[in-house]
Ligand binder design. Sequence first.
Ligand code: GLU
Length: 550
Amino acid sequence: MTSEERIELANLLFPNIKNETKYYEDKYPERKLPEGAMVTRYGPSPTGFVHLGNLLSAFADMVYSKQTNGKFFLRIEDTDQKRMIDGGIENIVGVLHDFDILPNEGYSFDGEYGPYRQSERTEIYQTYVKDLIIRGLAYPCFMTEEEIANIKEEQEINKTKIGIYGVYAVDRDLSLDEVKEHLNNKDEYVIRLKSPGNAKNEIEIVDCIKGKLKFPEHDVDTILLKKDGTPTYHFAHAIDDHLMHTTHVIRGDEWVSSLPLHIQLFEVLGFTPVKYAHIAPITIKDAETGNIRKISKRKDPWFGVKYYDENGIPIEALHLYLATITNTNFEEWYLANPDKNISDFEFSFDKQAIGGTSFDEAKLVNLCKTYFSHKPAKDIFEETLKWALKHDEEYAKLLEENKEDMIKFLNIEKDGPRPRKDIAKYSDVKEEFSYAIDSLFEKENYSKNESEKTYDTDLIIDYVNNYLELDRDNETWFNTVREFAIKNGYASSPKEYKAAPDSFKGHVGDICEAIRVMITGRLKSPDLYSIMKILGKDRILKRIDMYKNL
Ligand code: GLU
């Protein structure tokens, strides 16, 4: 076709497209950002399920843009209407809010580079396609599905690459008259790229995470616009990331194989290429087989993001976990600097595991415990309450009624270099502090203690009535227990007892154990004297009585 014919063809195919590409180039100028600023984007397709892998890439988008004073935006990639589900978009936006992974701009956020929903950008895509047609770099292809299926079958038999390229690209060189005839016949068509590539050439692409990658050059006439005039993912990606001035495309590595096409699209369109960072999927060690396998929606409850909210894993702790997956050196840094914020850490693509990371629940739990151990009791209380209001209303009510006590309990052994590390999630508070609220402390609590022993209640009642004073320091208090122990035939230390077990009923530790079991229902608890101080004598005696009447 001559250039005049191509212009005629373009106008025939896109009569409603009046703007030229320059209009959009001017409308979306370069961003004014400091040198080195990264512009990242999260481009989910609203297909329903938001999983940990999605959060991970959005998290990476956020931290890299933040640390370079760049921008992070949300783009809804809804070009495949068949895969959309009702409420899918609201769900994505809700998850970003719930998990505090907030873009600076984008769909449902502000921004000057929108619309940020691909289904609202059809005119933009068509403008660029029209331009490619005028330049002879794209063409309408009228092949039927049957024709394409036959080609595929032939390619499969011949074990050659699947797709429309070379001799298979029969509509590449249709004359204007032939196209007009198809159009008159109302034949359906797609717009294909007239790929300038040659698969015999090798190209090298540097991925920020994976390093140098080699591929044969792309030579397939990939579809740019589908029959309904909407773009394919590939084309929309090139147009959007160009016009929105993305600098780094951070995405799942299922897209690595499309890189040669994407690079070619940027070239053909005359765009400056973006940088790519492909994240490998999160895997897991299968509990049954011990093998590393892909995560599964069905087998791995933690894969869906709901899990974190329902179980009460704090958002900040989940961020810490996402940070450990993002950079292999993060965990060590955080455990050495637990008082610092994630934003104090410098993320870098070189520290990202190339082969992906296995989900490690123990690591998540440990990070959560470290996180809680450094949180002031009051904050733990408020956050637990907020969580309980959503997931356990009855407990929320009790927390509100017992606020003062609860904060005191949560505050036990918080100071000092090794703060208590017993809570990993909000739902643990109820369990770990089951003795803190009278109405929750019931007979069943005793059945949970792992001790088989029965303890002498009269002895402990005597101790509480006649020896216990609740305004002492810990050491003075312990001395009175020791005195009481000796007076009642118990050794003053485990060591003394071990040297002559027949001469004693037990040792001072056994008395503490008896008190602990009676008032907390547990063999292990935070500092006993602190618990007694908060409970006060009356409640202590009531509990001993409860124990007595088991
Ligand atoms: N819409 C694509 C997906 O959900 C996003 C890929 C990308 O980030 O470019 O897989």
